[in-house]
Design a protein around this ligand. Sequence first.
Ligand code: RVP
Length: 499
Amino acid sequence: MAKYYTEPSRTFTEYLLIPNLSTKDCTPDNVSLKTPLVKFKRGENPELSLNIPFASAVMQAVSDHHMAVALARSGGISFIFGSQPIKEEAEMVRKVKAYKAGFVISRSNLTPEHTLKDVLELKEKTGHSTLAVTGDGTAKGKLLGIVKGSDYRISRDALDKPISQFMTPFASLIYGKQGITLSEANDLIWEHKINCLPIVDEEQNLEYLVFRKDYEAHKEYPNELLDANKSYIVGAGINTKDYKERVPALVDAGVDVLVIDSSDGYSEWQRETIQYVKANFNVKIGAGNVVDREGFLYLVESGADFVKIGIGGGSICITREQKGIGRGQASSLIEVTEARDEYYEQTGIYVPICSDGGIVHDYHITLALAMGADFVMMGRYFARFDESPTRKLKVNNNFVKEFWGEGSNRARNWERYDSGGKSGLLFEEGVDSYVPYAGSLRENMEKTTSKIKSTMCNCGSKTIPQLQREARITIVSATSLVEGGAHDVILKESGLSGE
Ligand code: RVP
């Protein structure tokens, strides 16, 4: 006979947090959202942590290199989507690792033979008033000079005057040498009262430009998630089919952490993939998705550095409807957390849990953390922002962004849903949709994190581990759900006839 679970499977909306005593020092400014990304031994620190408990989903419509830079800048991590050719995924990883906060690759470059007319045309086209003059006119060529607005006078200089006659030549430039830190570069900028500092290598080839204004912006990101070389930390998705080719390419590109992207991770394919990665590379790897203690322990014993939880709860996911598998996200988390805590008790090894999918309201994130998740993965949430890779459109007078599931015909990520066998997939597990456009990642995340911190203060918790230990959570009845929203009043926005 089949095993029956006596408790129904529940979602986040069915729970609420009950406040604990808030002590006077428990203010949002004192709350830390730092959280482990990979497993660690009791008494030791994890090799990788996040500064905020946010990961962006392994999806075409969410996590490319732009999203990865923007999210790492705010303290979280993106997992670059794996449903693309290996070379292209590795290239995205490489771009994130090459991106140096505050160091920009020059995008307006000319040669000394170009003329004032070329300078004006390029300035018009790019909007940049500082141009690099290199031997071959490329961003990495030998730096021969810089042209800025004060180097020429349009009213006096002839348009065909060659750049070599009015640029500030290299000999008169203040420049930084390869390997300089951003704060050293900034010191030079201030000392010499300049707006732009070129950085060159030993052969005088141009590497980067550092602008005064970018340094100011950089200082506004105190949570940046950086590696030892001050590059942004980035993750990448892999599958259980082509991992022997994909993983070496991603590792070569500098990826910090991998995740096996699958709708059902309780499989021997995952064990084989983890073991291959562990035997051949020194890179962290998460696995999933699972929804119960057996699945969790199987992946942990296979060597996973973190485990992703959730089947069928994603906003674009129709797995439950199509195949009848899955579990309410809250129930999955509660059971897996119990298994994780027992495992920690027995072995002294703490395995972080990622709650993946189904976050609709910001408070769901706090609930997920309180229920034991160490970080959450979100698709819909991030797809709404400027930084997601999809088109912004106007539909019915509202701005929207496109958002489609990895199991949709559009993404064709069949590896994610593959259950072995020869036949390709004959049905979809995801939909193609729009989400309301919400503006910049930074502004939205500021709002979300301040809500999380505020709720944590209500719960008397200054850290995520404290919240996990001390949170008090109640189930809400269907009737009390109604009580939670505005009720029994006439809302002004909807008007009197808006029923
Ligand atoms: P959400 O944040 O609710 O948009 O959920 C995102 C998650 O949904 C992803 O991280 C992934 O686990 C899952 N997903 C992605 N594509 C599909 C699908 O096509 N069914 N599901």
